[in-house]
Design a protein around this ligand. Sequence first.
Ligand SMILES: Cc1cc2nc3c(=O)[nH]c(=O)nc-3n(C[C@H](O)[C@H](O)[C@H](O)COP(=O)(O)O)c2cc1C
Length: 398
Amino acid sequence: MGYQNIKQQRDLSLDHNETGRNAYPETGDFSMLFKPYRLGDLTLPNRLVMAPMTRSRADINGRPTELAATYYAQRAEAGLIVTEATQISREGQGYSLTPGIYTPGQRDGWRVVTDAVHAAGGRILLQLWHVGRISHPLLQENNRLPVAPSAVRAKGVRVYVVDGDGELRSVDCEEPRALETHEIPRIVDDFRRAAALAMSAGFDGVEIHGANGYLIDQFLRSTTNLRTDRYGGSPANRVRILTEIVDAVTAEVGARRTGVRLSPHVTLQDTADPEMIDTSLVAIEALASKNIAYVHFAEADWDDAPQVPIDYRESVRKRWPGSIIVAGRYTAARGARLIASGLADLVTFGRPFIANPDLPTRIAEALPLATADASTFFRGGEKGYIDYPRFGQHPEEG
Ligand SMILES: Cc1cc2nc3c(=O)[nH]c(=O)nc-3n(C[C@H](O)[C@H](O)[C@H](O)COP(=O)(O)O)c2cc1C
């Protein structure tokens, strides 16, 4: 979600094709996208996943509002919904108005969401999030410094905080405090407790956010992890916190209801690292024996979508026994091709799902797609959130 920073730079220049995808009706044989799929313990009616997307509409206590229930339920046609990133602790928060999953009130707010999605026939996982250094003392208890693997500031990265007037404003990330070795089990346990609370809120499982330059990704990368203890140095050590979190979360949720998101090809949030591709393969090998439901690759950072080489995809397939989900400026045609090639099992759509609550129907019936208004991605209340109509429906019925 460093998307907020990018959004800020591009707000004025965005046109309605900001994703580079046209408002196609796409044509082709997409029947394989509509074959049911067994993902861990879940049976999905189609291969189309709704991407985790921060929408910054929780209340000031990190509780999702009823609008979130409407928003997600409107999109229940997705084979699977992954929620917006949700902080597992106060320390894990990096932006105002993102939801949490560490208080009873937050759990109760999420319960309304999961009930609405299930009533609409959908399936929904919660994305578990600790931002690490992508934060600011204004968001932290007693204005403490955010924590990270090492005291390395995210240069040029800004986060959003609500100021005294209730307005969102952006501030530079500060240099974080490096975590002591003895604190890491506490963070792992925060993930575990958040996962347990997510299940008590009625989620069908969880996705561990190991992508996009947040805490876990900061541990994985040699440029943000300068540690000399058992959590730093070699790739195997840098991967350790991820595997410990996976073990803790799966103990609560079950491996077959747990997924992991990674983004080895993007350099979002000042995380460029020449070792990351190799490290990601070490991570995949370490996760391979855990029997989790899937690994989810975030391949695009907004419009900057580096080509993922086929040999990388093949290396993953060789090492990974489970399901593979891909995300990042996919079209139905591109997704169908990759699934047909055997290198992915499910395809995720982000921005198209914002603007097209009935995206699966539109793809199946080759209907035109609406384009998302980026100015309401992270603000706007109902506008740009629950007012995109289904195809042929009057907006006010939305
Ligand atoms: C508004 C917005 C918010 C996002 N927030 C998150 C997030 O909370 N967690 C995450 O893993 N990725 C996040 N992403 C990335 C998306 O999950 C997805 O990978 C990305 O949008 C590329 O897919 P698309 O081209 O189909 O939109 C966000 C993207 C957008 C546009």
